[in-house]
Design a protein around this ligand. Structure first.
Ligand SMILES: Cc1ncc(COP(=O)(O)O)c(C=O)c1O
Length: 406
């Protein structure tokens, strides 16, 4: 079969994951329907308890989305106008949106080029008397350098909210993401490693007082009912989502293992074929749960590679094409091109390849072949890529993906 006629390889296929679980999921949803408790109730409690145990924290509080899981801890810390919050520019918008929505100032920090995660030294340079918090993002599934960040936070009395939306199950120094900072924020958006059938989020913390505040804030600040000492919002985890997530959480470890195997295979095969791409590296002391397998493409060839893959039916994605410090809505903050060079370089060169637990070996082989063909200047490309970034040399002591399943 020619490449053009081969079956498409999706970037992600949530149906393939959900289909075999449908009888179990249907039964769990039917149970919610039978009890008639659609808000909170047993399914939500079960999920929150399971998540608290899994992450290793005292409290896990469900909410409506990962975006709200970032917003609610900021609200609990009274962060608002006049406050600054450090966060990477190379992340999904929600990380900065939560800060800006409260009237606080997002202060964008550059990334480390090897991990794509926030650079603790650049964060240190950007601390001012107004800095109140830092939001490290565990991007693409790999935990940020939490040791350095916690030391910085302790020194400057900063609140740490881990954006673990892409990194459920990853660890830093052997501790789970979401259990290291003061708070962890998780998303169950359908494309996440633990994806619901709609929106959902969760906050982790071991601070009982703040957990109590967040419980109230997610429910209009009321306690008892109709008595409001805080201005909160409606951000509860839907009981039907919790029912779905309870079923899926039981498979997360095995799915994580499959992701790790896929990542390892991509890396081994790309090195074996001398593919001149920047391959993702897992930094020593942390683990990745491979939400994405993201390569760097040099010489402005990224879009050409994406088009070449698309031409033979292979999905890929650019996370993220425009760094947050250069987004139109943050223009008034006064950033300009060149302010965060590692971030800008990443935005220009990254490409995420198909990655989901159910991806078959044949599908992965198609991706590997197509990428290799492009890089060798085959039919799909005018000029071969000549520069590599972070590419472990063939035969070198390769730092292979070493993530633990989530
Ligand atoms: C890093 C990061 N932070 C926050 C979010 C927001 O999560 P949600 O889409 O559930 O609101 C996402 C996911 O989309 C994310 O990837």
């Amino acid at each position: 079969m020619s490449a053009a006629n081969a079956k498409p390889v999706p970037m992600l296929d949530v149906n393939r994951q959900n289909a075999p679980l449908l009888p179990e999921i249907d039964a769990a949803i039917a149970e919610v329907t039978r009890t008639g408790t659609f808000i909170n109730g047993p399914a939500c409690r079960e999920f929150e308890e399971a998540m608290a145990a899994r992450v290793g924290v005292e409290h896990a509080i469900g909410c409506a989305s990962g975006s709200d899981a970032l917003l609610l801890p900021l609200m609990a810390e009274n962060i608002g106008p006049g406050d600054e919050v450090l966060l990477p520019s190379f992340t999904f918008f929600a990380t900065a949106g939560a800060v800006a929505r409260l009237g606080a100032k997002p202060v964008f920090v550059d990334i480390l080029p090897d991990s794509f995660n926030i650079d603790p030294e650049d964060a240190a340079r950007k601390i001012t008397p107004a800095t109140k918090a830092i939001i490290p993002v565990h991007l693409f599934g790999q935990a940020a350098d939490m040791q350095a960040l916690m030391a910085l936070a302790n020194e400057h009395n900063l609140v740490v909210i881990e954006d673990a939306c892409q990194a459920i199950g990853s660890t830093a120094g052997g501790v789970a993401a979401g259990a290291i900072g003061h708070y962890g924020a998780f998303s169950f958006y359908p494309t996440k490693n633990l994806g619901g059938m709609g929106d959902g989020g969760l906050i982790t913390t071991s601070d009982s007082e703040k957990a109590d505040v967040i419980q109230r804030l997610r429910n209009h600040g009321q306690h008892p009912r109709y008595y409001h000492h805080l201005v909160g919002m409606n951000s509860r985890l839907d009981a039907m989502q919790a029912a779905v997530l309870n079923v899926k959480l039981q498979r997360l470890t095995e799915w994580g293992e499959a992701r790790r195997e896929h990542a390892e295979r991509y890396t081994v095969e790309f090195i074996r074929r001398n593919v001149p791409l920047g391959l993702p590296i897992v930094v020593s002391g942390v683990s990745s749960v491979w939400n994405q397998y993201t390569v760097r493409v040099a010489d402005g060839q990224r879009d050409a590679l994406q088009q070449a893959l698309s031409a033979v039916g292979i999905g890929s994605a650019i996370y993220y094409p425009v760094p947050l410090h250069l987004q139109g809505c943050f223009e008034t903050l006064g950033y300009k091109q060149g302010d965060l060079p590692h971030t800008e370089q990443a935005a220009e060169g990254v490409l995420s390849l198909p990655m989901f637990p159910e991806m078959t070996v044949e599908e992965q082989d198609r991706v590997i072949e197509a990428v290799a063909e492009f890089c060798q200047g085959g039919a799909t490309t005018a000029a071969p890529i000549s520069v590599s970034i972070n590419t472990p040399a063939a035969g070198a002591n390769v730092d292979l993906p070493n993530s633990k399943a989530g």
